[in-house]
Write a protein that binds this ligand. Structure first.
Ligand SMILES: *Cc1c(COP(=O)(O)O)cnc(C)c1O
Length: 413
């Protein structure tokens, strides 16, 4: 008898993006002439920048010649990329991370799920609410939760609400937790945590022997000088935190695939008998056993993101999206919406008017303005009454979407 992992059966069927797809398809079938603007899924829209393309072409040419051909590379990533990451993302900013603490991978989504391999099954897990659904679903799959309740929350997970009431700063849990998922700049809210909040979390983790998974996939979009870019800027974080970063949003690698995870050599977990165990060798073992590295041309492309040209081109790309975010933020405010985020992240998080639910707002926006966004409630119970719009789009679509929303508000008053 081939028994299945029944934890998969606990996953909720009506997953967010399929449900959005279903409603959009139904709308388009009924209204084939409608020009629908999609501002829902968080995927980039601009092509890879020239410096990256050039480096990838060159790497492919190397693969075509016997003298420069490469087979399996180091599982942890090539030295040229790990060195570039350590230097540019950390050491040049005065942050203590070395190249051998960096593990190059094919994505932060994969890493955030895979990390659970090296942790026990009896940890208490804390997530923000609203949350990037991957953190929750991977814990459900691993059997770390009970079933889902009516509002979509799983038993045994600790949810930390982040709403406008608390300025989107998560409160420390009142109970003990062991693994904590933080994501800043945040998806879906587009907001950032203050340095004080992150300091509180690091000291909580120290006190409780907990470990923080810090997802900084949107670090490149930070525009304000005083915003924390890496958890390792916080004193003591090297003892309690793993940081995940990705080239997906930073450099448009969502379809190209390259990311990295930082495991400090000073980070320890605890065995059942209370002895301490370094995390770095465990992750190294897992990575080498279950992963064979990111392709050479892709790693060359990622490394080109750190060349002078690459940096300039990526800065332009980020500025392009963040101009969309600014237009969205300002345009929605003019239309009378309460808006959050969009300053240090490519997402704008708006409060739905009055008591309108997230899904009702989704339907209204689709029907009246032919715009697709993401209902906040799809990211968690505390996202109810909120709605996410993405700045990953063309300028024309962004401007058109704003004009439509402003018009629809003006005509409905
Ligand atoms: C897009 C995104 C990632 C990146 O995932 P990849 O697998 O590297 O493409 C990670 N975390 C969050 C919260 C994201 O939105």
């Amino acid at each position: 008898m081939a028994r299945i992992n029944e934890n998969y059966l606990k996953l909720q069927a009506g997953y967010l993006f399929p449900e959005i797809g279903r409603r959009v398809n139904a709308f388009c079938e009924a209204n084939p002439q409608a020009d629908v603007i999609k501002m829902g899924i968080g995927d980039v829209t601009q092509p890879l920048c020239p410096a990256i393309i050039e480096a990838m072409h060159k790497a492919i040419d190397e693969m075509a010649v016997k003298a420069t051909f490469r087979g399996y590379g180091p599982e942890q990533g090539y030295g040229f990329l790990r060195d570039a990451i350590a230097e540019n993302d950390y050491q040049d900013r005065g942050i203590d991370v070395t190249a051998d603490e960096i593990f190059v991978s094919d994505g932060s989504k994969c890493d955030s799920g895979n990390l659970l391999d090296i942790f026990g099954d009896d940890n208490v897990i804390a997530v923000l609410d609203p949350v990037y659904p991957v953190y929750v679903d991977t814990n459900v799959m691993a059997g770390h939760t009970g079933g889902a309740s009516e509002n979509g929350r799983y038993e045994k997970l600790v949810y930390m609400p982040v709403t406008a009431d608390s300025g989107f700063e998560p409160e420390l849990p009142t109970e003990h937790v062991d693994l904590i998922y933080l994501c800043y700049p945040n998806n879906p809210t587009g907001t950032v945590a203050s340095r004080e909040t992150l300091e509180k979390w690091v000291s909580y983790a120290k006190e409780h022997n907990a470990i923080i998974f810090y997802d900084a996939a949107y670090e490149a979009f930070i525009s304000e000088a005083d915003v924390v870019r890496s958890i390792y800027e916080i004193e003591g974080a090297r003892e309690v935190a793993i940081e995940l970063r990705s080239f997906s949003k930073t450099a448009g690698f969502t379809g190209t695939r390259c990311a990295f995870t930082v495991i400090p050599k000073t980070l320890k977990g605890t065995c059942k008998d209370g002895t301490e165990q370094l995390i770095h060798p465990l992750w190294n073992r897992r990575h080498c056993t279950k992963f064979n590295g990111v392709s050479y041309p892709v790693q060359r492309g990622a490394a080109a993101a750190y060349s002078d040209e690459g940096k300039r081109q990526i800065a332009d790309l980020v500025a392009f999206y963040m101009n969309n975010a600014k237009l969205l933020r300002e345009g929605l405010a003019v239309a009378g919406f309460q808006v959050f985020g969009g300053v240090n992240a490519p997402y704008v998080w708006l409060k739905t008017p009055g008591d309108t639910s997230s899904w009702d707002f989704f339907d209204q926006l689709l029907e009246k303005s032919h715009i697709v966004g993401t209902p906040g409630s799809g990211f968690g119970a505390s996202g109810e009454g909120y709605f996410r719009l993405s700045a990953f789009n063309s300028l024309e679509n962004t401007e058109e979407a704003i004009a439509r929303i402003q018009k629809s508000v003006a005509t409905s008053v």
